[in-house]
Design a protein around this ligand. Structure first.
Ligand code: NAD
Ligand code: WQD
Length: 341
């Protein structure tokens, strides 16, 4: 069916996507420099799928090493997850973020061109809607960013458009994820943040299990029904499936544009307080939390209009929020069993 190179394939979303790809019949080659993930993810993908996976511990900026992957494997398409993703860190270390995410993508694209691999799916983000658009976001809205991380996503989308214009054979899909959460139902894969989590769900589950004392809810004075921010929380398994559909579409050349962009979200806005209530209901675990001041840079309301993905890809988020929150909790419990967190 095709051999797919998955950059960042041991990471949170990449690992779930590898499982979905293998289950759909694709061969998968993973490359990752393990700066934000563990090699055990490869064994876990193999455990879930019962299939062997080839793994390269490689930095995408190292073109010599990248060439070796393309020498060893006839790669039909690339799904490009590799990148640094912490918003706050990107403000403190802009050069590292531009260097890693932008230079890394340029190296990848150069090597792809050398080996006549012309098909790429890119992990973009709702962050490209910046702070001047109003939810629900539609793909045609102007893009911008509020931090270096966000700018790397805006820039890489543009780089892909330019490369596709210059090279008639090149095609790309950018999937703009909203807030990916949850874990694989087997609890063998999930999110494993380094240090103190910055994102809501890992902080929440670490609080629920006693690693953190209290979850801070950043603001209850927003112009929303309960005063807390609203997000579009998308289950990571649903998200992974969108990649399988996109890869099929692009490999079968049923794309309508050389570069297509899709929102990958549920279309449903859920507030931070609703999420906390939902977690308590789904798991029966009481959460210690307090309302504190707003976090700088937070946007009040973020949710997708996913109509384009629903209609064109035939993709729709199907997992319930309750099951998703339960899966995140089961993953946290498994981490404790394994003595990791
Ligand atoms: P993750 O950190 O778990 O996965 C990214 C992987 O890329 C990691 O395994 C890391 O080791 C690897 N990596 C980083 N730099 C590399 C390099 N130079 N060479 C090789 N490997 C490298 O993150 P994730 O949540 O799975 O995100 C995957 C992609 O989706 C990222 O591009 C991210 O920006 C994007 N995204 C994530 C979210 C989110 O909230 N998780 C939302 C929107 C978009
Ligand atoms: C969600 C909500 C917080 C932590 C980030 C990136 C975005 C995308 C997804 C990659 C907000 C609140 C959080 C906490 C809280 N990533 N919160 N207490 O900021 O929506 O998006 O991840 O592309 O680009 O910016 O996600 O999980 O940090 O926050 O109250 O301890 O939870 O204020 O309203 P965010 P998040």
């Amino acid at each position: 069916m095709g051999k797919i190179l998955v950059t960042g394939g041991t990471g949170f979303i990449g690992s779930h996507t590898c499982v979905a790809l293998i289950n759909a019949g694709y061969q998968v080659v993973i490359m990752d420099n393990l700066c934000n993930s563990k090699v055990e993810a490869v064994a876990r993908i193999e455990m879930i799928t019962g299939r062997h996976v080839r793994f390269y511990r490689t930095d995408m900026r190292d073109e010599e090493d990248m060439r070796q992957i393309f020498e060893d494997n006839k790669i039909d398409a690339v799904i490009h997850f590799a990148g640094l993703k912490a918003v706050g860190e990107s403000v403190e270390k802009p050069l590292e973020y531009y260097e890693n995410n932008i230079s890394g993508t340029l190296s990848l694209l150069r090597v792809m061109r050398e080996y006549h691999c012309n098909v790429i799916i890119f992990s973009s983000s709702a962050t490209v809607y910046g702070c001047n658009n109003e939810a629900p976001y539609v793909e045609e809205m102007p893009t911008s960013a509020t931090n270096p991380y966000g700018y790397t996503k805006v820039m890489i989308e543009q780089i892909l458009r330019d490369v596709c214009t210059a090279n008639p054979e090149f095609t790309a899909v950018a999937l703009r994820y909203f807030n990916p959460i949850g874990a694989h139902p087997t609890a063998l894969l999930g999110e494993l943040p380094n240090g103190v989590p910055q994102n809501l769900i890992p902080y929440l589950t670490q609080t629920a299990i006693g690693i953190r004392e209290k979850l801070s809810v950043f603001g209850d004075d927003y112009d929303t029904p309960d005063g807390s921010c609203i997000r579009d929380f998308i289950n990571v398994v649903d998200l992974a499936k969108a990649h399988v559909i996109a890869i099929r579409r692009i490999l079968e050349k049923t794309q309508k544009e050389k570069v297509e962009v899709f929102n990958i979200g549920t279309g449903r806005g859920v507030s931070v307080l609703e999420l906390i209530n939902g977690f308590e209901k789904a798991t029966g675990v009481k959460l210690n939390y307090q309302i504190v001041g707003r976090r700088a840079g937070d946007i009040e309301k973020v949710w997708a209009n996913p109509d384009f993905a629903n209609q064109e890809l035939g993709w729709k988020a199907v997992e319930t929020l309750e099951d998703t929150l339960r899966s995140a909790w089961n993953w946290q419990l498994k981490l404790r069993e394994r003595g990791i967190q």
